[in-house]
Design a protein around this ligand. Structure first.
Ligand code: OAD
Length: 248
């Protein structure tokens, strides 16, 4: 089938009756000016994300790790949701069986007004006490922090961003709601390199359970050959075109 036919056959599946699950990654926010983790512009001061986003890196050098997160928070605070976020937000209100599971910690899906968002990797806009003096995280939108690492207001230990680092477990509630979302009719995998597990395994599990799986990404990924349909292109363009087709 041609790209055009593939595209139209996908649009026909996006009905009010369909259970639609969308799995997103950093590529969805690229058009908002938020750097992706891998590929061009994915490096920060010669560090790879795997070198910064770990409990070990934070224990050794919390200052550098926080500089990276503070830089990302500043970038994102000055960014706005793009057309990809907007279309997905519109679908979340239009389709009763819609669920979105994001690896993104930037909060742009929420800012676009998306309903039923599962944050698989936590949020950059929440912090937690690294000494665990409080059991859970709390919202904090200070940008930039006047002092890095920021101190816990209760005990003075270093705060940490409430995101999931390499080697840490996915929060149980997020894992459970992502699991439920995999029982769907159509599963779109948008803007993720599909290399970080367990998130990268979600699409295959949805397919195993019978979903029609579609990847939207300008680059080929390890998922491209394993999905039912790979649509090469940018999220903000393909989702906009799909929305046009649905409206016509
Ligand atoms: P990556 O940076 O690994 O991958 C971004 C993907 O987006 C790539 O496959 C790009 O080809 C694609 N892309 C770029 N521009 C795009 C566009 N306009 N439209 C669609 N796709 C586009 O980001 P993730 O897969 O999200 O973990 O990374 C996974 C995890 O690794 C992140 O959640 C983060 C990171 O370390 C944590 O924070 C725990």
């Amino acid at each position: 089938m041609s790209f055009e036919e593939d595209f139209r056959s996908l649009a026909r599946r996006l009905t009010r009756e369909a259970r639609i699950t969308v799995l997103t990654g950093a590529g969805v926010s690229a058009a908002s000016g938020v750097p992706t983790f891998r590929g061009p512009g994915g490096l920060w001061k010669d560090f790879r994300p795997e070198e910064l986003a770990t409990p070990e890196a934070f224990a050794k050098d919390p200052q550098t790790v926080w500089e990276w997160y503070d830089w990302r928070r500043q970038k994102i605070a000055g960014a706005a949701p793009n057309r990809a976020h907007e279309v997905l937000a519109a679908w979340s209100r239009r389709f009763p069986g819609f669920a979105l599971v994001t690896q993104n910690v930037d909060g742009l899906h929420e800012r676009a007004g998306t309903a039923n968002v599962t944050r698989f990797h936590g949020s950059l806009w929440e912090v937690a006490c690294s000494a665990k003096c409080r059991p859970s995280s709390w919202p904090d939108d200070t940008v930039p922090f006047p002092r890095l690492p920021p101190p816990c207001p209760s005990c003075g230990a270093n705060l940490r961003p409430a995101v999931v680092w390499f080697g840490e477990a996915i929060p149980a509630a997020a894992l459970a709601s992502a699991e439920r979302a995999l029982d769907c009719d159509v599963c779109l995998i948008v803007g993720t390199s599909s290399v970080v597990y367990p998130a990268a395994g979600l699409a295959l599990e949805a397919r195993r359970r019978g979903a029609f799986t579609v990847e939207i990404n300008p680059e080929a990924t390890p998922a491209s050959g394993a999905v039912d349909l790979a649509l090469p292109g940018r999220a903000e363009e393909i989702l906009d075109d799909l929305e046009d087709l649905l409206a016509s």
